[in-house]
Design a protein. Structure first.
Length: 204
């Protein structure tokens, strides 16, 4: 024997440790992004980094280590929120009492993404480096979800056939403009009227 034999348990233990560390890192980053999103809602995307760090319970150095610039953090938060909205669609379809109910609830989440995430929706139209691909990413992730929910509602006879996912998303986006700055305007009420307009009368 030329050396000390290594127990098979040693590399297995090391692999488990690495998996645990990666899982912890993912949870910590998600916690940080959730905290940043909450701060952006209340204070806008120009909120002090120390406010985000305090909300997340981490040091400012931790934030800068993950996101060297504010733009990096804004982009990461936006993508995080889009992913949550995208993943909610199939889950709502499986849990809701009806496809139309799932569509209505998902559109509420979609509207929240556009209305309450101060500054994030505007990032879609920014020409700054790093933001250019956000609009395509936004559509690539959310348009198929809208199509899935709409198709299910049409197949169930709850929504008029011919309703197009992109037109629906675009219409909701237009209704949300100014919803966070004018207390006299409630975009969610207008969205509800839009949904009533595409619903099959016999299913109302």
């Amino acid at each position: 024997m030329t050396g000390v034999e290594q127990s098979p348990e040693v590399p297995a233990r090391a692999e488990r440790t690495q998996r645990t560390q990666r899982a912890d890192a993912r949870r910590n980053q998600q916690k940080l992004l959730d905290a940043a999103a909450e701060v952006f809602v209340s204070s806008g995307v120009d909120a002090p980094i120390r406010e985000i760090a305090s909300r997340a319970g981490v040091g400012m150095g931790t934030i800068y280590r993950h996101f060297p610039t504010r733009a990096d953090l804004v982009i990461a938060v936006f993508r995080h929120q889009v992913e949550e909205c995208a993943e909610a669609g199939p889950r709502l379809l499986a849990e809701a009492d009806s496809p139309f109910g799932a569509l209505r609830e998902w559109i509420g989440l979609f509207a929240d993404l556009l209305v309450t995430k101060h500054g994030l929706a505007e990032a879609l139209h920014s020409e700054a480096d790093g933001f250019a691909s956000l609009h395509s990413y936004f559509l690539d992730r959310l348009l198929p979800v809208a199509e899935l929910l709409l198709r299910a509602a049409v197949d169930a006879g709850e929504v008029r056939s011919g309703t197009r996912p992109y037109e629906l998303m675009r219409g909701i986006g237009n209704l949300c403009v100014g919803g966070d700055s004018d207390p006299r305007y409630d975009p969610r009420r207008m969205i509800e009227l839009l949904l009533l307009g595409i619903r099959e009368p016999s299913s109302s």
